[in-house]
Design a protein around this ligand. Structure first.
Ligand code: UT7
Length: 332
């Protein structure tokens, strides 16, 4: 038994925040942000939380796949910015969309979360335990940004992307390559709740508001190496020559990271799909949002091989090779 992506969806905040808006918030310029990152604007939530975007993206993916809520038997949401520790984002999506027959759980793997969630859903469907999975990447990172730190606050955006992964007689999802290195976790952190109970020295600290802390240059160097390794390895595992892959869909973090990978691997930059100029870095949501944009724009053709590749906090990294098999609703 195989799996395929049978539908895609995404959801973004209405609120568009430009680099000029940031000039009024911190000591920065449109020129610096554009030149150093490639980002011109991003969407920032002015009300909706992570599960709201996740539910909207999931509803769009279901309608793209042409299946109903009761057909879904698995929901995995990748996020580092859930509304609450419990209920999870996936359970909140279940409630919002009436996915009564689904098993739901969230998965944390930083910006690589969507790749890890896709790999997990792929394995669970191939095992025969499930038929149709919603795999979601959803973030409201604006909750976790230090709005006084110009080195990070200009980078991130909010939103969600989702795919429906379904059983298929033909192989649509071909291979995954993933890795992690917990010894280097300190270069990209969001603190959790400090340990405090009646037996610790500090019995009731006021929990500090968690924010993203990052050594940008270290993450940059890691990203360039991890993406190259992930792209190469997933091609080997899938038995597909990289020259035969028309599009690579990278985690949308920084245009210079993508240019550096393209240059080192001698891949034309035009084969890397990017939307970070308009979306910024939406962490676990960036790859499924990009995939949905490509699907809706008609860029994806039947049997087209695609590499999805990500990296992020943990540290974590990985890639998936898929072959595009349109749903019957989209023709073949
Ligand atoms: O999903 C994964 C998440 N993270 C990433 O992918 C991040 C990867 N890293 C990067 O994208 C880049 O390292 C950044 C965009 C974060 C920073 O770019 P950089 O070229 O590595 O800049 P830098 O950190 O070396 O800083 C250069 C200068 C510094 O000033 P001084 O010390 O040279 O005077 C910074 O203070 O740029 C300054 N700077 C800024 N200036 C204007 C940092 N942020 C800003 C800003 N506007 N927003």
């Amino acid at each position: 038994m195989y799996t395929k992506i049978s539908g895609t969806g995404s959801a973004l905040p209405e609120n568009r925040v430009t680099n000029l808006d940031f000039e009024r918030l911190v000591d920065t310029t449109d020129e610096w942000i554009t030149a150093r990152t490639g980002i011109s604007e991003r969407r920032i939530s002015s009300g909706e939380n992570t599960s709201d975007f996740a539910a909207r993206a999931a509803a769009n993916a279901l309608s793209s796949a042409g299946i109903g809520p009761l057909d879904v038997d698995l929901v995995i949401a990748a996020t580092v910015s859930p509304d609450s520790f419990t209920p999870t984002v996936s359970c909140q999506v279940q409630k919002a969309l009436g996915l009564a027959g689904a098993t739901c759980f969230d998965l944390w793997a930083g910006c690589t979360g969507f790749i890890f969630a896709l790999m997990t859903a792929d394995s669970l469907i191939r095992s025969g335990a499930f038929s149709h999975a919603l795999v979601i990447g959803a973030e409201v990172l604006s909750k976790l940004v230090d709005w006084t730190d110009r080195g990070t606050c200009v980078l991130f955006g909010d939103g969600a992307g989702a795919v429906v992964l379904s059983q298929s007689p033909n192989p649509g999802v071909l291979a995954h390559f993933t890795g992690s290195d917990g010894t280097r976790g300190s270069v990209l952190c969001i603190d959790g709740i400090p340990l405090a109970n009646p037996w610790t020295a500090d019995q009731a600290p006021s929990p500090p508001h968690s924010v993203i802390r990052m050594d940008g240059q270290e993450v940059f160097k890691f990203a360039v190496t991890a993406m190259q390794q992930s792209i190469r390895r997933v091609c080997e595992l899938a038995g597909i020559d990289l020259d035969d892959v028309p599009y690579i869909i990278p985690h949308q973090a920084n245009n210079r990271i993508i240019e550096s990978v393209a240059g080192r691997m001698k891949i034309p930059r035009s084969r890397f799909y990017t939307n970070l100029d308009r979306r910024g870095n939406t962490s676990a949501a960036s790859i499924p949002i990009a995939l949905d944009e490509m699907n809706r724009a008609g860029v994806l053709k039947p049997q087209m091989p695609l590499v999805l590749v990500g990296f992020g906090g943990g540290l974590t990294w990985g890639a998936s090779m898929i072959r595009w098999i349109p749903s019957s609703r989209e023709g073949s």
